[in-house]
Design a protein around this ligand. Structure first.
Ligand code: GAL
Length: 360
């Protein structure tokens, strides 16, 4: 009986003790289960982080078990943390609905949500990749939701294909021929938009990066001052480069971009780029992964989703997808290191956030 009592006590305390140990040590274990404050593996896939008033908020896709989890049954989950290690479950920031006429009906696809704060409107603005229910990945739309408080609830606003009727800043006259390019084919209806991220520059201008043109070319599109719509100027980032999963960051005045190739849920080699101006031109820096050939070929089993500034450096965030049991997807967080002027990522079984607190 006493033994039973002790075992039950241990079981009850285990997640908390684990979390406290992690907090004390400040370590991250890429690919491991990552318990939240209730001891439940964090459910925020394809996510991104907003830092607001000294607190980090991690938004991501809430997945359910099995391959059904690849569609949205719950919505966008949000967690909060002051130390990036211990995460409090703040619930569902944006919920799917049961109205079959709604874009975000249960069973639609809601992917790669990102949230930014607009200081002028004092609104939290969420963008995500939306696929309408029952149409596979054909819709390729961007969707927007908005909230007055960071953890929500977020109110769904609308979805669209961005930049209808607008040419990219850097398209040649010859490529404005619909017989030649997808960007011209989609000129009237708006550009396809799948994998995406958001980025706020030092001057407060925000940008939406999305995989467009049948996933062959990423676009970067400036947002209006309220961050709710495309502002009308956008550029093709890496024409016909076959990049997706964009994650962008700024370091010493330059812009860096990490992407993946196009193999769905299966991992492939990551790619990296640098630019002096946010609209490019972008220069390829090669595969940022340093390690074994296997690690370079599959990016440690993961795919980029976000890069978070931290301390004097940056954290690379990726997803190790588990498409057959989506809820079991894991998080690949690694420090960005520098090999001369190139951002590089090495594997660590565990690593300490302190490594990013010293000058890079
Ligand atoms: C990946 C993409 C994911 C998801 C998946 C669906 O390439 O990065 O966000 O869309 O394809 O197969």
């Amino acid at each position: 009986m006493r033994l039973l009592f002790l075992s039950v006590l241990c079981l009850l305390l285990a997640p908390v003790a684990g979390a406290e140990t992690a907090m004390r040590s400040g370590t991250i274990s890429p690919g491991a289960l990552w318990p939240d404050d209730k001891g439940v593996h964090i459910n925020a896939h394809g996510g991104g982080i907003l830092q607001h008033d000294g607190v980090y908020y991690w938004f991501g896709e809430h997945k359910i078990a099995g391959d059904a989890g690849n569609r949205a049954h719950v919505g966008v989950h949000v967690y909060s943390s002051r130390n990036l290690i211990n995460w409090k479950d703040e619930g569902i920031a944006l919920s799917v609905v049961d109205d079959p006429m709604s874009d975000i009906v249960r069973g639609s696809v809601i992917e790669r949500p990102k949230v930014i704060y607009n200081a002028k409107t004092r609104k939290f603005v969420m963008w995500f990749h939306l696929e309408l229910k029952g149409l596979g990945y054909k819709s390729a739309r961007s969707a927007v939701a908005v909230a007055d408080t960071v953890t929500g609830p977020y109110h769904y606003v609308n979805s669209f294909r961005p930049n209808a009727g607008i040419w990219p800043l850097n398209l040649s006259e010859a490529d404005k021929d619909p017989a030649r390019t997808v960007v011209a084919r989609d000129f009237e209806t708006g550009q396809m938009a799948r994998d995406m991220t958001l980025f706020v520059d030092d001057d407060g201008a925000a940008y939406h990066l999305y995989a467009s043109e049948e996933n062959h070319t990423l676009h970067i599109s400036r947002l209006t001052d309220d961050y709710m719509r495309p502002a009308g100027d956008y550029a093709r980032m890496l024409p016909m480069g076959n990049d997706e999963a964009p994650a962008i960051f700024k370091h010493k005045g330059k812009y860096y971009l990490i992407t993946s190739g196009l193999t769905g849920w299966a991992p492939n080699p990551a790619k990296s780029y640098v630019a002096d101006h946010i609209f490019g031109p972008w220069t390829a820096l090669g595969n940022p992964v340093r390690g074994t050939l296997e690690q370079q070929a599959i990016t440690f089993g993961g795919q980029s989703t976000f890069v978070l500034p931290y301390g004097n450096g940056h954290i690379f965030m990726g997803d190790i997808w588990r498409p057959k049991d989506a809820i079991d997807g894991r998080y690949l967080w690694l420090p960005i290191e520098w090999d001369k002027d190139k951002p590089v990522i090495r594997w660590y079984d565990t690593w300490n956030l302190k490594t990013l607190e010293t000058p890079q």
